[in-house]
Design a protein around this ligand. Sequence first.
Ligand SMILES: [Zn+2]
Length: 306
Amino acid sequence: MKKVVYYGIRDIRVEEAPEVNPGKDEVKIKIKYCGICGSDLHEYLHGLFPESPFGHEACGEIVALGEGVKDFAVGESICSVVPGSFAEYINCPRERVLKIPAEMDWKRAAVVEPLSGAAYALERAQIKGNETVLIAGCGTVGLMLLLGLKSMGVKTVYMTDLLDYRRQKAQELGAKMTWNPLETKTSVKIKELTSGTGADVAIEAVGIEETLKDCLSSVKFGGKVIVQGIFTKRALVHMLGFVTRETTMIGTNSINPKLALSWLKSGNIQPESIVTRIISLEKIKEEGFEVLAAKNKEDIKILVAP
Ligand SMILES: [Zn+2]
């Protein structure tokens, strides 16, 4: 079978690897799609994380069961979050595999994992449904948060991004208003939109100092800042406002696939609309990572079809 092997920064190769039978408590999956995550792109451009999640947004069909697996069957559709899924097959521990309805569209199944990150983040934020929320960043993370908020009944979501086509996507998916933070000062705009109060919740979905500052300066007294962006550089923030305005700041990096799946089943969100391209495994470098790295094409989520 073919799989992608990570050698180093901007050096990934498609190689032939032996097909292995699933071990105890594992299921073998034939991968239909595996999405390229923002974290994968970071690893491609800057180096591996200590516990690399390279290639973890997968969906596919079970083709074999390991010893002791009773709750799954061959032929079932699943999504999984196991790294190493830029491959034709993968063996996954059964607890990291989630059944999906057989009739669910594969593109929809492929974005369960990114939606799961939003589900976890919004659960941590203890969203009630009547909040005014700012999301800094209209990439996959920001857009999934927007859809999650929509599922939770939140109507007022403002979003920022430098790229026009991403902001447009956010508007299409239900953001109340979006702007380019280089053209419009976010904290001023938010104050204007909230009669001087500030947003209840601001979510950082980029991973840079500027957007973190925007979030901190846009929340109301006693407001919450959720940080989900992946930071590769240090952020220098003035903590005085954080203290005097009694802000709560929460970091989030885990997933809640069950909640994400329940949002998908309820049916009024279309996270698959962020999929802008489906490519073959062989083209993962040129048509996947390099395209996302260049940021000049109108791509948001790219799926790899092994
Ligand atoms: Zn991911």
